[in-house]
Each structure stands twice: as structure tokens, then as C-alpha cells.
Design a protein around this ligand. Structure first.
Ligand code: CTP
Ligand code: CA
Length: 224
């Protein structure tokens, strides 16, 4: 007799994960960036693939290796990430926005390198807002599809943190919000993570801390 092939609980699901941090160019050699390593998003992509899902990872400037078992879509700017996410979300059961998307980009990109001689002792940058990708994905999502957001917050007080997160959840309109406590020595660059998952109504459906891989599994459990 044939042995039953073990299928993971996410078998047949198509999941899109965004990870990393966008870079917004200033000139041909410089950019504005952030400290996201992409490790939590990559861990979610890897965990989902191990559980049988078909995973596409939209990867913005990862500082960690991407898993070989996922389809990789490399991007750099918020505009590129938006284009890839909107296109791929149309075919996905779940989109998980773990990427740190730049809120602003330089209003103009200098064609040549910005030179000190032309700037003097001070340089002001004019920035303009980037579109909110998570909000757009939540607005466009079809019936039965899930959109999961992340919230990186530096608020140390738990109640204040939850209040901020619930406000963000309402503003975004996503199905779940993974609240991530970040700071100079937590969250972004570290290998461990501490998260709280809120559902659409703002109720806590999971809390986890530990390795980004164990946290990834808890997040996937919570969104079902
Ligand atoms: N996000 C997005 N598009 C943006 C900014 C953020 O899709 N232009 C997504 C992130 O990927 C994350 C969620 O929105 O899933 C929350 O990001 P966060 O930076 O915590 O919230 P913001 O809405 O940008 O608010 P702020 O940074 O002012 O706290
Ligand atoms: Ca932001």
C-alpha cells in the first residue's frame, strides 16, 4: 500500500508575503532606508511553505537569505513593492505585509550625485508621502481573502501600544494586525521577536515571543 503523503495545513493556499525595508533613492549613489532586516517576513514565508502553502515573497533589500522553497520577487522602492503586491494580491488567498515601507520618498531624485560644493553647510530634503499599500490591498480584497498588516511601534506601555495598534487597524481596514514591539535593540535587527496579533475587531487572538520562526508559526496559526 502507498503511504499517505503528509500534507501541511496550508496545502493549496496561495500566500504572498512582503519582507524587508524599501529604499528610496536620493541620487544614483544614495537612498533613504530603514532598519528592517526582513527576517520576520522571511520566517513567515518559510513557515507557510513548510506547511504546504504556495508562497511568493516580495523581497525589499533583505539582509537575510531568502528561502529556496518560495518564489522570489525582488523590489527596492515602495513604488515597486506596491506594483508587485497589487498585481500578486489578485491571485492570493492571503497577503501578509511584513515589509517596512518608507512613508516618504524624496520629492525629486537628483540625476547626478549631490555635491557638497553646491549645497554648502546645510542640506534640506523635501519628501513626499508614499501611497499606503496595506490600505489599498484591504480596500481591493475580494470576499474570502485575507489581508494581514504589521504595526511597528516603539511605545513601551502595553495599553498605550494596544490603543495605537487598534487605531492603526481601523485606519488600514485589514483583517489582522500583527503588532511588533521595536526599538533600538528589539525587533528590527534582532533574531527574536515579540508580537501581539489583533483580529478585525481589535481583539487579541495571539501573543508570542521567541525566535522569528516560532513567532511566524504562531502568526499563521492565528490567521487560520
Ligand atoms: N504600510 C504600507 N504602505 C505604506 C506604509 C506602511 O503598506 N506606505 C504597511 C506596512 O507594511 C505595515 C503597516 O502598513 O504592514 C503598518 O506600517 P507602520 O509603519 O507601522 O504604520 P504606518 O501606517 O506607516 O504609520 P506610522 O509609521 O506613522 O506609525
Ligand atoms: Ca510607517
Amino acid at each position: 500500500a502507498l503511504a499517505a503523503v503528509e500534507q501541511g495545513d496550508l496545502h493549496g493556499r496561495r500566500i504572498v508575503v512582503t519582507a524587508g525595508g524599501t529604499r528610496e533613492p536620493l541620487d544614483p549613489v544614495r537612498y533613504l532606508g530603514n532598519r528592517s532586516s526582513g527576517r520576520q517576513g522571511v520566517a513567515i514565508a518559510r513557515a507557510a511553505a513548510r506547511r504546504g502553502a504556495t508562497v511568493t515573497l516580495i523581497a525589499a533589500n533583505l539582509e537575510t537569505a531568502a528561502p529556496s522553497e518560495v518564489e522570489l520577487v525582488p523590489v527596492s522602492t515602495a513604488a515597486e513593492l506596491r506594483e508587485a503586491a497589487v498585481a500578486l494580491a489578485a491571485e492570493a488567498d492571503v497577503v501578509i505585509m511584513a515589509a517596512a515601507v518608507a512613508d516618504y520618498r524624496p520629492a525629486a531624485i537628483s540625476e547626478g550625485k549631490i555635491k557638497k560644493d553646491e549645497q554648502g553647510d546645510e542640506l534640506s530634503l523635501r519628501l513626499v508621502r508614499n501611497p499606503d499599500i496595506l490600505k489599498e490591498l484591504a480596500e481591493k480584497r475580494a470576499e474570502g481573502r485575507l489581508v494581514v498588516g504589521f504595526a511597528a511601534e516603539t511605545e513601551p506601555d502595553r495599553d498605550a501600544l494596544l490603543a495605537l495598534a487598534r487605531k492603526k487597524l481601523d485606519a488600514k481596514g485589514c483583517d489582522f494586525l500583527v503588532v511588533n514591539v521595536v526599538g533600538w535593540d528589539r525587533g528590527f535587527a534582532s533574531h527574536d521577536n515579540e508580537i501581539i496579533v489583533l483580529d478585525r475587531g481589535g481583539d487579541i487572538v495571539a501573543e508570542a515571543s521567541g525566535s522569528k520562526m516560532s513567532v511566524a508559526d504562531r502568526i499563521l496559526d492565528a490567521i487560520g
